[in-house]
Design a protein around this ligand. Structure first.
Ligand code: SAM
Length: 212
C-alpha cells in the first residue's frame, strides 16, 4: 500500500492540531452506536482503526476487550494514553497508517470504524485489509458520515465531518466492501450528534453491523 506520504503528513498535522486542545474533540464517552453494538458481543480482540483520542478504545477495554488501535496522529495517541491511564485500562495503540502497520489475518473478533474516513485512494485498500483482519464469525461495527451528509454540514458546520464527498461513503459502498457478510444493519439515516465540541447537530450517517 503506497498512500501519498505528503497527503498523509498534511492530514496528520491537521489532526494533531485539533487534538492539541485540552478538551476531547469528540468527548470522552464512546460513540453511542458503537457502545450499543459492542454490548451485544462477547469480549475478545478488537481493532479500532483511526481511533483518535481513544474514547471508543477505552470503553472497549473497560468492557473486557483486548484492544488494538491505530491512528496517524501522535497527539491522538497521547490523549488516548491519558484517557486510558485515568480510567485504569491498557491498550496497544500504534501511530501510523496501513502503509507501515501490519496486523495478522483473522486476528480480531471485531473491527470498529467510528468516523474513520479515508481518501478515495485508501478506502478500498483499508476496508479490504479490515475484512482480512477479522476472524470468521467476527463483527464489523461502523458509523461514518454518509454521502448525504454534505448538505447538513453546509447548513450547520458544527456537526462536523469531511467536506469532500469522496471521503464519505454510501451504504451501498460499505455493502460492497463487506460483501458476503451477514448484515444485521446497513442504512444511511439522519441523526442528532452530540459528541464533544466537534460533532454537534443534525447529520446523515451510515451505520453497519455485519458478521464475516
Ligand atoms: C473524526 S476522527 C475519529 C476519531 C475516533 N474514531 C472517534 O470516533 O473519536 C478521524 C480520525 O481518523 C484519523 N485518520 C485519518 N486518516 C487516517 C489514515 N489514513 N490512517 C489512520 N488514521 C487516519 C485521524 O487522525 C482522526 O483521528
Amino acid at each position: 500500500m503506497t498512500p501519498s506520504k505528503t497527503a498523509t503528513a498534511a492530514q496528520a498535522a491537521m489532526w494533531n492540531q485539533r487534538y492539541c486542545a485540552e478538551e476531547y474533540a469528540y468527548g470522552e464517552a464512546p460513540n453511542a452506536y458503537f457502545e450499543a453494538q459492542l454490548k451485544k458481543l462477547k469480549p475478545g480482540k478488537i481493532l479500532l482503526p483511526a481511533e483518535g483520542e481513544g474514547r471508543n478504545a477505552v470503553f472497549a477495554a473497560k468492557s473486557g476487550w483486548t484492544v488494538s488501535a491505530f491512528d496517524i496522529s501522535t497527539e491522538g495517541q497521547k490523549k488516548a494514553a491519558r484517557l486510558a491511564r485515568e480510567q485504569g485500562v491498557t491498550m496497544d495503540y500504534r501511530v501510523g497508517g496501513l502503509d507501515t502497520l501490519r496486523y495478522q489475518e483473522e486476528e480480531f473478533d471485531a473491527v470498529a470504524l467510528i468516523y474513520a474516513h479515508f481518501s478515495p485512494e485508501l478506502k478500498s485498500e483499508y476496508h479490504g485489509a479490515f475484512r482480512k483482519y477479522l476472524k470468521k464469525g467476527g463483527t464489523v461495527i461502523l458509523e461514518l458520515f454518509g454521502k448525504n451528509h454534505l448538505k447538513y454540514n453546509r447548513v450547520d458546520p458544527e456537526v462536523g465531518g469531511p467536506k469532500d464527498i469522496d471521503m464519505l461513503c454510501s451504504a451501498d459502498e460499505i455493502g460492497t466492501y463487506y460483501s458476503g457478510f451477514e448484515v444485521a444493519e446497513l442504512e444511511e439515516k439522519v441523526i442528532r450528534l452530540s459528541e464533544g465540541p466537534c460533532h454537534n447537530g443534525i447529520g446523515s450517517v451510515v451505520r453497519f453491523t455485519g458478521r464475516k
